[in-house]
Design a protein around this ligand. Structure first.
Ligand SMILES: CC1=C(CCC(=O)O)c2cc3nc(cc4[nH]c(cc5[nH]c(cc1n2)c(C)c5CCC(=O)O)c(CCC(=O)O)c4C)C(CCC(=O)O)=C3C
Ligand SMILES: [Fe+2]
Length: 387
């Protein structure tokens, strides 16, 4: 499946029909076109992670947090709980986000950026609500939010906006104008820093293959599957999840082996089988490649920024096993993690916002952006939970 390269992504800041009042409501109070930081305003960066369990007893409550109101079958949760149990009930994701936070702190210090860095999660402790309280107590007045997700969609963008809005609502409800204001940083899948981090990982993975397979190995980018209905409304004009991922995968491959084919396929599908999600699944794709005579595959999880459970289980175990059964050589490239170029990107995104550069897609999303009315098998009358 050769992919197109000419994907046009419209920056939200240039949308003629953007309604500023909706943008304010959607991301919890940020003006649609934030001015350069007024001098004297006390600002901070929040690294906003997904969150993950820290032990076996956390696993089911964590899964319930993630899927509340989303119509995910109980059997699927028990299945996924097993994945976590292979790692003693501990997701590596919190340690990875702590490491990223520490690396960004050092980056700021080295570059003379005077900005405290906090870390909070959407689905597990430290919850964004608690960190918001901490930032308010510390006298922070404005927060740049760096999500550990660089792409459009309800799951990849809007939920991060909504969780910040929920954290803020405690303050805005109690005291008018209370609590720090928020500004989410834009999507970054096409940022040179993200591309470089992924390109170096892809180059290393390719180099680890036996020499006679390097030129012919199939390059396969993966991202989390999402329901078709969610994909259809991703971004201001729909379809932005696939479009951004495709563009990102293309940029990464072109940085390593210009012009070589790349496939974008999907992993970690959830939800009831009756609900269509993006396809093909990575395992089915491996089967198709083997049937077509391919001998080797290099997988790179472009849709994720760290080697969390969906990478180290779904790819390093399940997809690897599939490839082994098919007799194909298999390597999985690393994710951005704390690559210096990725860490420098975080600083650049903040500096861009502070200098008043017009917002790009993902910064101030209009209220209709990525909104899924009836997600993942919800019965009519059930409302999507904001959690
Ligand atoms: C687009 C996307 C990203 C990338 C953007 C981003 O990074 O935010 C992502 C990341 C992640 N997803 C993760 C874990 C889970 N995702 C689930 C469920 C779901 N993900 C979805 C989409 C995405 N997910 C969707 C549409 C669902 C169905 C429920 C719903 O409609 O909302 C479930 C429930 C069980 C299951 O059904 O699989 C779990 C446990 C972890 C943490 C891994 C760890 O702990 O190490 C991470 C980083
Ligand atoms: Fe997920």
């Amino acid at each position: 499946m050769p992919l197109q390269t000419d994907v046009d992504i419209t920056p939200a800041g240039q949308r003629p029909d953007e309604d500023p009042s909706l943008a304010v409501r959607n991301n919890g109070g940020t003006p649609p076109s934030a001015d350069p930081a007024p001098s004297g305003r006390r600002e901070a960066l929040l690294v906003l992670g997904f969150g993950g369990p820290e032990g076996p007893d956390d696993v089911m409550p964590f899964l319930e947090n993630v899927t509340r109101g989303r119509g995910i079958p109980r059997e699927r949760l028990l299945d996924v709980a097993e994945h976590y149990m292979h790692f003693g009930g501990v997701s590596p994701i919190n340690a990875q986000n702590r490491a990223l936070t520490a690396a960004v702190e050092r980056e700021f210090a080295d570059a003379g950026v005077d900005l405290p860095v906090y870390w909070g999660n959407r689905n597990w402790s430290p919850y964004v609500e608690h960190v918001w309280q901490q930032m308010a107590d510390d006298g922070i007045e404005h927060v740049y939010v760096f999500p550990t997700s660089g792409f459009a969609s309800w799951s990849g963008c809007r939920q991060y906006h909504e969780d910040v809005a929920r954290a803020r609502s405690v303050f805005t409800g109690a005291a008018p104008g209370g609590g720090p204001t928020a500004e989410k940083l834009p999507h970054y899948g096409d940022h040179p820093g993200f591309v470089q981090a992924n390109a170096e990982a892809l180059a290393a993975a390719l180099a680890s293959l036996p020499e006679d397979l390097r030129d012919t190995a199939r390059l396969v980018a993966t991202a989390h599957s999402i329901p078709d209905t969610m994909a259809a409304v991703a971004g201001p004009d729909g379809g932005a999840y696939q479009a951004e991922l495709l563009r990102s995968a293309r940029l990464v491959v072109d940085a390593v082996v210009p012009g070589r084919d790349v496939d974008l396929v999907w992993q970690s599908r959830s939800g009831p089988p009756s609900v269509p999600w993006l396809e093909p699944d990575v395992n089915d794709h491996l089967r198709a490649l083997a049937a077509a005579g391919e001998k080797a595959v290099v997988l790179f999880p472009i849709g994720f920024v760290s080697d969390h459970v969906e990478v180290v289980w779904d790819l390093d175990n399940e997809a690897r096993e599939t490839a082994e059964e098919l007799g194909m050589a298999f390597v999985r490239a690393g994710t951005a993690g704390t690559h210096p170029a990725f860490v420098a990107m975080v600083r650049e995104l903040v500096e861009e916002r502070r200098s008043g550069t017009p917002p790009r897609l993902g910064t101030n999303c209009p209220a209709a952006c990525c909104f899924v009315r009836r997600p993942t098998g919800l019965r009519r009358g059930q409302e999507p939970s904001p959690a």
